[in-house]
Design a protein around this ligand. Sequence first.
Ligand SMILES: [Zn+2]
Length: 395
Amino acid sequence: MSYLTGTVPVVHLRYSFRVYPTVPQRAALAKAFGCARVVYNDAVAARRAAHAKGLPYPTAAALSKALITDAKRTAERSWLGEVSAVVLQQALADAGRAYKNFFASLKGNRAGARVGLPRFKRRAARQAIRFTRNARFNVLDNGRLRLPKIGDLKVAWSRELPAVPSSVTIVKTTTGKYYASFVVAATDGVDLAEPLEDHEAETGIDLGLKSFAVLRGGKTIESPKFFRAMERRLKKAQRALSRKQQGSVNRAKARLTVAKIHERTRNKRDDWLNKQVAALVRENQALYVEDLNVKGLARGRSAKSVHDAALGMFLTRLESKAVRAGRAFAKVDRFFPSTQMCSVCGALTGPKGLEGLSVRAWACGCGAVHDRDGNAEANIRREGRRMVAAGQADT
Ligand SMILES: [Zn+2]
């Protein structure tokens, strides 16, 4: 992705809508979810078997032939022929991508925490299938979504798609709800925001552990109280679940309770994030943010907190919305010493490393006295402005 002020680059936007499949459509979807899962799991098994024998990993073409084309002709896998071939190919592509990410992470070519070895997908998890344009999915004039071998699905359109989508993913959540998630390639003109009178209206954004974000002029966005509250409720529900007997009705109920809390947390968090992002993009002509090692943040904690997870989502949404709105946007490298550097003289005199985390204010040898977060924001803002001016594009 590039960071340019004049032209708006192509961005892939996701639009999700609730869908309401009929009973026969649900059965067809269940079949497609099942087939996609089987192909994915077969691909994982084939790669594991090759690895165990010391053979090279089978190519995508070899897997496609063995696990889809040839498998359909066998008695055990003949039912693969009952679902769209594109759905199966996409499941295979997903498995390939999972391995690619795993190896990239192993070689250190991928930022963030280690990506684990791909695992088998379970029936009880969230289910998803993807249709690309060559699967000939279609939005009909009557507003229904036509999917090959599934039918015409009723969609709760909450807004219009800005262009023809390149793919649609149908998701079934663990609480049994269905969503259609469209990918649309957006070019200029999408959602362009009003240019601001004040071209100097810009801010650095320092994301963190204490406040959610620190903005220009010492303004902060605090982490909302419900983050912690939802975490506590989730923990309690998960403890209750772990005490229930395997396979019992009570366990199934407890699992649904956990899934419902997850869902409510997600909805509340999404609402909150969208509001913050919208306000920032509305009020600023340029936004500069430090690319956090968000996955690294979670290291050393038992589980990723709602706060930590929200930071990553905030970054993604801010970038997408800012670029779409035609605002200048830059993501400053996470190795840029935003905290350590004195924003007045540029010397690296600020707090360093983990022990430096507790240092809230400090004085530089040049005579400047800094609030830790305000100083970081000023550095991020200056570096971001420099990147945009230089037309630098690197993620
Ligand atoms: Zn200084």
